[in-house]
Design a protein. Sequence first.
Lengths: 365, 200
Amino acid sequence: MNTAPASTVYAIPHSLPLDSGQAIEGAQIAYQTYGTLAPDASNAVLVCHALTGDQYLASPHPITGKPGWWERMVGPGKPIDTDRHFVICANVIGSCMGSSGPASFAPDGQPYAMRFPVITVRDMVRALVALLDGLGIERLHAVVGGSMGGMQALSLAANWPERAARVLVIASTARHSAQNIAFHEVGRQAIMADPAWNEGDYYATEAKPDNGLAVARMAAHITYLSEAGLTEKFGRRMQDREAKGFGFDAEFQVESYLRYQGSGFTRRFDANSYLYITRAMDYFDLAEEHGGKLANAFAGTQARFCLISFDTDWLYPTAESRHIVHALNAAGAKVSFVELCAAHGHDSFLLEHEQLDRVVKGFIE
Amino acid sequence: MSHSVFPLRPDLAAIAAHVAPGSRVLDIGCGDGALMAELQSVSGCDARGMELDGALVERCVARGLSVVQGDANVDLAEYPDKAFDYAILSQTLQTATRPDLILDELLRVGRRAFVSFPNFAHWRTRTALLFGGRMPVTRALPVSWYETQNIHHVTVEDFRDLARIKGATIERAWFFANEQQIGAPAANWRAEFAVFELSR
């Protein structure tokens, strides 16, 4: 879990202060880069990953062997063109693909588990900024992110406004709603209700809270899709059977699909990381950090912003993006916004979408 | 930044020629961004746009313009007072739910406003209605009544009245027929399109 090969690891050479008032000593950031950094370091693009994403943006995942999670967007000649840009993607702190998180070893040589401090999205970004310092990148050509990646992009723009010239936020929000928090709480309770969770202390044992983590993933996965998308893909079709079995096996295709998603997820993700990162997202409220007024978060910004939402995304609906656009307009920022039509809800930002490609390409160039 | 190879529509060219260089501009109903691109590249303006049609917004963003997908009828409210030197509404007034309220908003968010619209009192329109007895379909108003987006037809004189009612000062006006600028006399008969520059 804690050994992701092929990633470079940056050791933050100072104590990393956190919003909670605590700090992490010796924090590590695992990251991947694509393309070549220009001599003046002016062509760097930071891509921030989502809740269960990682640094394997455009290269195969070491555990699943699957292509990078945004290979269709990032690469030579792609909308985020690695022939022109030096693209960085780093695992967020709290996660489990090589950056410091609950599965990492604490100074006492034991895994942190629940002793890892509770982090925020701003803490994740603080660590990313430390990485940029380490890489000698003063100002990003662009910071880009979808979903929780978009929250990080917004947080960077608000708290380190001089660090990015362009800010691209896709299918995201400036604050977690009650509904967002509610779904996350279902996931956390599923993990904590699994006896194998053992108050987070399971790293030395054979049994891991995989059942709880799988249920958490299943519940969350529903929120990433649209009802129309699910209906189109599965309808009420049965899995490997003609008629109802009057039992509780995965009789419907949609059940089978969710179980597959859940169990596959447990092979690559740490349950405690899921607790920490969902909590960080729930705490996210960019306006609250800036005196209760979102426009204040962007006062005086010189960056150009682009926000994109999807009409079938009910997790972070278009209204949330509009709310950010309003604040940016009130702050006098240069902002573009477009709502794209897409069949597949929140996850549309990861899927084939020609219009998305054109907007991203046009904005990043 | 890509630059349009086609000349600007005459009303847009008139606006582009009279926006002070380096101004902050909001182009409402900016379409594919032709005017914004011209203002940015030629006049060094800081241009922002609003457009309802997502496909057009996409084209604007792809050419590097700052354009927000939005509805002028509701989304102008988000902008602070006098946030722009100029607010521009080209060929959109007659499509608004409440043109009078849009005009108020233009004059609130911009120190000055440019408004262009097709003149419903042009002689072709008048003769089509007088002799044909049907809603005019002309070069300036090419779409049939049942599918046109123009829900509030307006004439040059109507617009002058609205400006007066709203306490707006008409700073300048330009009139066009056959793609050419024409003089002000009898513009309400002769002009296919009009452009007004307003302040308040």
